[in-house]
Every structure is written in structure tokens, then in C-alpha cells.
Design a protein around this ligand. Structure first.
Ligand SMILES: [Zn+2]
Length: 413
């Protein structure tokens, strides 16, 4: 049996892992998104079976491309992931068109992909001729799964993106399957997260201060996972809370999948007290009063967050509170480092307060090490990170057979 990597090798993005034992099994097929450049696709793959870990674009963004190039089989994922894929893929194609990028698949490919997608619950083993596949809850975002493939007498566990500790939205990964081979993400291999309770406290103090000062707290967040987490954190705040952009649509989908959430109906109940913002007229109106707004895009590069910054940028009593890591070159990073923002081709100094917080949905170093120790594999492939080689070297020192594969590389396992 062989395992190879068509993406996410020494990089974050375009996850695509291939397990080959007479048939080709593809795990994820994502895009690498960057700023001001066209998204990168994984290497071309001609799979016999496809399994998808979760609906973030770096894991599923290139899937319709497989359909276009003649893949006729099914796509397996949890039912929530499939529902979210529709939203994510349609939005991705829309943005690509807006930016003038070459979209390598059509609306028809997206439609056909979704029609060929089959929902699989956690814990159910699917048996095929040469292998079996089982999804386990990976604790990353609602519907996210780690995938166990058993073939040729070996067990391979691919984590997808994982988180071990609970968040407000989802319970962390609780089941760690013993496996011969582990393919693990390593986004936060270099550091541990700050104490979550402290981080929540600091965040809420900032929101409260802004609102009590008569301002608007703008919270730009990713649509899937982060936005719902922020809404839950804001639950007990005594001020109007709004959700806007793709975050609104994702929340509307996720709240109905109660079995995937840590606290089943809490998000749905909460949504009854939240304002769902639809157009610019509503946007103009809500920023006249103190409030908190959770909106896409997470890197502050597009969507309603741009509209809000335009309206709020000179208001000293308002704030922009960024709940996640901002990649280099992103407008969010520019805001944090220079308190400037590019509007209509002009760099403007923003008057509002800017701060950032760590509400990551990825496991940190201690969570990754816990996972590796529990799975206790013979071989570990470290992927999906900026420090894969360094982390693999550290794991080797700890006695694991660890490798940071290069893109296109193939290993016998
Ligand atoms: Zn993810």
C-alpha cells in the first residue's frame, strides 16, 4: 500500500491525500487561498473513491474539479458537511468570478458534486471491496470528521483539522483510534493557545467597553465555525447582536444540525434574539446604535465587513475585534499592524480601536501531542502547517517514525 500527498505538504491549504491499495482513495481536495493571487489547486488526481473531512475550502474547494475531470463515484462526508459545501462552493465560485480568476469548474459541476455526495454518520463503517472507511468526530467545526481507512491489514487515520479541547460550539475530539499510520494536521504545532476563559473575558470586556461608549463592535469572522462560536460567546451580552454575510447563511444551516453541536438547541434559541442583516439599508441603520456585529469575511478582505469599515472607520468610539489569526498580506493584518485599511484604492488611517484574539478551532501543540500519543502510530505524516519539518524532527526525537512529506511524494506503508 502507498500513501502520497497532492497538497498540504509543508503548507497550509489544498489538502489532498491519496491512499493506494489497488484502488485510489482520495481524502479531501481543497484549495490554497491566498491574497491577491489566484487560488492554487492540489496536484491532479484520478481517484476511485473520495472522502471529505469538513467543509472549509482548503479541504473541499477543488472537489467540483474532480467531477469536471470525469470522476464518476460518490463523495462521502457527514450530512452537515455536504449541506455546508453547497454554500461554500457557490460562494467560492462567486468570489473567483468577482476577482476575475479562472474558475476551473462550472455551476453544473457543483450541482453534480452535491448530487453525488452521500452523508455518513460518525462511527458507521463503510465497507468497499478493498478497504473500509469510518468517520470520527474531529472536534474542529460542526460536522468535521477524521477519517479511518483500513486496507491491506493496516489502519490509517487522517485527522483532517482537529481540536481536542471543547469550544462553546462543538465538543473536542474524544475518540482517538489506534492506528498504524497517522496523517496529522499541524497548524499550531509551534505554540499553545492562551487560556480560553481568559481570552473570552478579555474579548467581552472590549465589546462591553465599546458598546457602553456608544460605539459599534465589529467582529469579522469566518463563516463556518468561528462566527457561531462568537455568537455563543456574545450570548449574555446586554446589547443588540447582529450576524451578516455568509456567516448568516452558515449559522442558519448549522443551527438545525443539533446533534453536531455541543449544546444541541442553544444556537437555535440564541438565533431568536439575534438580528440577521440582509442589505445595505439595514446595515446603515444598525450602525447608528451601539451593537455587536459578527460578519464575514474573516480576513476583512470582502463581504459586509468592508461596508462596515467604510461606515465606522473614523468613529473613535467603535472597535474592530478580530477573533482569529490574520495571514500575512491580509487586510486584517494590515489593520492590526498599521491601523490602516485600503478603501477604493486609497490607504486610510482608521480611527477605531483594533485588537485581536485567539479563538482558534485548531488544536494547539499540546493537543497535537496528545493525539499522537493516544493514536500511537508506527508512522506519522505531518502536514497542513508552516513548520511541518520542524515538528516532524521533534517527533522523531520523541521516538515516532515521523515525516514531513513533500508535495507529490509517495511512501510505502
Ligand atoms: Zn478547517
Amino acid at each position: 500500500m502507498e500513501i502520497s500527498f497532492a497538497g498540504a505538504a509543508n503548507e497550509v491549504g489544498r489538502s489532498a491525500i491519496i491512499i493506494e491499495n489497488r484502488e485510489k482513495i482520495l481524502l479531501d481536495y481543497g484549495l490554497k487561498l491566498s491574497h491577491e493571487e489566484e487560488p492554487e489547486y492540489p496536484l491532479k488526481v484520478d481517484p476511485d473513491h473520495v472522502f471529505l473531512s469538513h467543509a472549509h475550502l482548503d479541504h473541499i474547494g477543488a472537489v467540483p474539479f474532480l467531477n469536471k475531470h470525469g470522476y464518476t463515484g460518490n463523495f462521502y462526508a457527514t450530512d452537515l458537511t455536504i449541506d455546508l459545501m453547497r454554500l461554500m462552493l457557490e460562494d467560492s465560485a462567486k468570489i473567483a468570478k468577482m476577482e476575475g480568476y479562472n474558475v476551473r469548474y462550472s455551476k453544473k459541476d457543483v450541482r453534480e458534486t452535491l448530487n453525488k455526495s452521500i452523508g455518513v454518520p460518525y462511527g458507521k463503517t463503510l465497507n468497499f471491496k478493498n478497504f473500509s472507511a469510518t468517520f470520527v468526530d474531529a472536534g474542529h467545526v460542526p460536522g468535521s470528521a477524521g477519517i479511518i481507512i483500513e486496507t491491506g491489514g493496516k489502519k490509517i487515520f487522517y485527522t483532517g483539522d482537529l481540536r481536542v479541547e471543547d469550544t462553546r460550539l462543538v465538543a473536542g475530539m474524544k475518540k482517538f483510534p489506534k492506528a498504524d499510520v497517522l496523517v496529522i494536521e499541524s497548524t499550531y504545532a509551534e505554540r499553545n493557545h492562551p487560556d480560553r476563559d481568559e481570552e473570552e473575558k478579555r474579548f467581552l470586556e472590549n465589546v462591553r467597553e465599546t458598546v457602553e461608549g456608544g460605539g459599534v463592535a465589529l467582529i469579522p469572522a469566518f463563516a463556518l465555525g468561528r462566527s457561531q462560536e462568537m455568537l455563543l460567546i456574545l450570548e449574555n451580552l446586554k446589547c443588540p447582536v447582529y450576524v451578516d454575510g455568509m456567516a448568516r447563511e452558515a449559522t442558519n444551516i448549522i443551527k438545525n444540525y443539533k446533534s453536531y453541536l455541543k449544546d444541541g438547541s442553544r444556537l437555535e434559541k440564541l438565533c431568536r434574539n439575534i438580528g440577521f442583516v440582509k442589505d445595505n439599508r439595514e446595515r446603515e441603520k444598525i450602525i447608528e446604535e451601539p451593537c455587536a456585529i459578527v460578519t464575514t469575511a474573516g480576513f476583512v478582505q470582502a463581504g459586509p465587513s468592508v461596508f462596515y469599515i467604510r461606515g465606522l472607520c473614523l468613529r473613535k468610539n467603535s472597535s474592530i475585534l478580530i477573533p482569529g489569526f490574520q495571514v500575512e498580506g491580509s487586510p486584517g493584518r494590515q489593520l492590526l499592524e498599521h491601523k490602516t485599511y485600503s478603501l477604493d484604492g486609497e490607504v486610510v488611517k482608521v480611527g477605531l480601536k483594533v485588537d485581536s484574539f485567539d479563538f482558534s478551532a485548531h488544536g494547539d501543540r499540546s493537543e497535537l501531542l496528545k493525539t499522537i500519543n493516544k493514536v500511537n502510530p508506527e508512522k506519522v505524516f505531518v502536514i497542513h502547517g508552516d513548520y511541518c519539518e520542524k515538528f516532524a524532527a521533534e517527533l522523531k526525537e520523541m521516538g515516532f517514525g515521523a515525516t514531513a512529506p513533500e508535495i507529490g511524494s509517495k511512501f510505502a506503508v
